[in-house]
Design a binder for this molecule. Sequence first.
Ligand SMILES: Cc1ncc(C[n+]2csc(CCOP(=O)(O)OP(=O)(O)O)c2C)c(N)n1
Ligand code: SF4
Length: 266
Amino acid sequence: MIDKLSTKNIITWCPGCPNFMILASVKKVFAKLIDSGLNQKDIAMVTGIGCHAKIFDYLNVSGFYGLHGRVIPTCLGIKLGNPNLKVVGFAGDGDTYAEGMAHFIHAGRYNADMTLVVHDNQSFSLTTGQPTPTTQLGYKSKASPLGNFSCPINPIKLALASGVSFIARTNARDISHTSQILRAAIKHKGFSFVEIIQDCLIFNKDMNAKDKLMYEVKENRDKKTAEKLADEWNYNDKKGKIPIGILYRVEKPTLNENMRKNDEEK
Ligand SMILES: Cc1ncc(C[n+]2csc(CCOP(=O)(O)OP(=O)(O)O)c2C)c(N)n1
Ligand code: SF4
């Protein structure tokens, strides 16, 4: 099955880039879903623009190679147009938390049944390493020669505040754990957000190699515990612990269910 998900396109990620591991995890999950009865044609993928987005060229899945910052609204449009599709968006941290930030917040409120996978390398890598909203203070690049002046945001806390119903974090290098979490995210009824910590081997290398800080948590359904887990790492340094796994999950009506209900009540 995995072979049917591959394309003949030449992969242009830098050798050793953890995006290769993310691609392997996604193929594993899609292959399992298809083996258990999902039609390959019923998966729709959306990407932004960035190194992460090249995954579109390497996966034999229908979809939309979208605009930078617009992964979420594109996914939403596809889901509203055909609620039977499994819609999965792949975005960068620059993509999601800079130009796409408003969409991320509203996605939590809407709770459409779709999945957002953020390849977080704390850098705008395709455009040669400018700081993104998750880049650490002081990071020097061509675009920030005096060092980054702004504190990073914490996307897990933001997702909690926005009402996201499934929030998870994984390590790109751990294919087995990442594919397990992605599978749970895709099966979740509602908006699922998976942040994949993905080192960039070329830009913002100071933030790489955090594997030793990471530890797996059991699926958590308690909001207060989720807030504590979110606070354990601030994206600004390589201190503290970095919890990975399903950090928060709650069941609530999806956008399509709410729309149907309002329609029936008319
Ligand atoms: C609407 C729009 N804004 C900005 C750009 C320029 N742009 C293309 S890729 C990119 C950086 C991507 O960074 P990120 O989303 O973090 O992904 P990465 O390359 O790190 O995977 C930017 C700013 C664009 N192509 N289109
Ligand atoms: S620039 Fe960074 S994120 Fe992009 S392919 Fe190379 S290693 Fe991967």
